[in-house]
Design a protein around this ligand. Structure first.
Ligand SMILES: C[S@@+](CC[C@H](N)C(=O)[O-])C[C@H]1O[C@@H](n2cnc3c(N)ncnc32)[C@H](O)[C@@H]1O
Length: 298
């Protein structure tokens, strides 16, 4: 395996997660892409990773590439994508992955090498002016831009995202986070989402990890999955159901302020997923006992 990606994408549930992400991002990017084509689409990936996932020696596109592929498939323009990861090695690899993708896609345009004033292209990331955090601009067609930010997502949420907000409400967007057991900057995410009401939240969570990482949650917030709904205050919520008994632990939660005509296959409205949510909130032992009944396994 290539270095820098050891912490991402080796689980059995990864292909199911990536498929779910791709479906939901496809729907998000499609919204308004005809009628409101000129409204900017903002995307914030708080745990971008290195751009690919390897499972059983097979490589799958990582969340940043999935986003760009879906944006391209809708011929979206005015996209502003921010890919954040606090691991410099993952950022360097993501940079390389995006450069290769840009070259391969042709219409995506080439990376703006003017950003780099010498030295190794990939070493330059994260060392500009001696600072750990820096930005790399990757021009995309039709007035789009992608950034890689090598920093803690909590810092980025606190320090720079609010400054970017458009003055009017003519924008669409999404925020994805897939912490894989790391702490989530929940309070900063909530503050951000309140300010940017048109940004939809796409959370990849593991019920087990939530229980194991109690410190990730402010004291006032219960750990139960069912409480995500109230915490983020979005009007409509869905859960991407596990595909079988083995992959139950990683679920995608989508929180929005609008109700689409329909949802992609596999996404259940929160109100119809009470049993699943309650079950995921149970202890591992309780879940295990009931697993066969829930999924009709032997
Ligand atoms: C599961 S991997 C991401 C996989 C990626 N989203 C995908 O689907 O291809 C989680 C990533 O989050 C990053 N990460 C963990 N904690 C972070 C933090 N506080 N700030 C920024 N990135 C973080 C890790 O370095 C790791 O690359």
């Amino acid at each position: 395996m290539k270095s820098g990606c050891q912490k991402q994408g080796r689980g059995d549930s990864t292909p199911h997660k990536l498929e779910g992400l791709s479906k939901i991002l496809h729907q998000n990017l499609g919204i308004g892409s005809v009628k409101y084509r000129d409204w900017p689409y903002f995307h914030f990936d708080l745990t971008a990773g290195c751009g690919f996932n390897i499972v059983d020696d097979k490589s799958y596109a990582g969340s940043p590439l999935i986003f760009l592929q879906e944006a391209t498939s809708w011929h979206r323009h005015n996209v502003c994508a921010t890919f954040i990861d606090n691991n410099p090695e993952a950022c360097r690899m993501l940079m390389r992955t995006l450069v290769e993708y840009s070259d391969y896609q042709g219409p995506m345009g080439l990376v703006n090498y003017d950003c780099f004033t010498g030295g190794d292209l990939f070493d330059f990331v994260c060392t500009k002016h001696g600072q750990r955090c820096c930005m790399v601009e990757i021009p995309l067609p039709d007035n789009s831009v992608a950034w890689i930010k090598c920093d803690d997502n909590r810092n980025v949420l606190k320090n720079s995202m609010l400054a970017m907000k458009p003055k009017n409400s003519n924008y669409f967007g999404s925020m994805t986070i897939d912490p894989n057991g790391a702490k989530m900057p929940l309070k900063e995410m909530r503050d951000f989402l309140r300010e940017w009401a048109r940004i939809d939240l796409i959370l990849v969570v593991s019920a087990t990890q939530i229980k194991r990482n109690r410190g990730a949650f402010p004291r006032t917030v219960s750990l139960r999955l069912a409480d995500f709904e109230a915490y983020f205050g979005k009007r409509y919520n869905w859960i991407h159901a596990p595909d079988d008994g083995d992959h139950w632990q990683r679920v995608i939660i989508v929180s929005r302020n609008f109700m689409p005509q329909s949802m992609p296959n596999g996404f259940l409205p929160w109100s119809e997923a009470r049993d699943l949510l309650e079950w995921l909130d149970k202890s591992e032992r309780e879940r295990h006992d009931k697993q066969s009944r829930l999924f009709n396994l032997s």
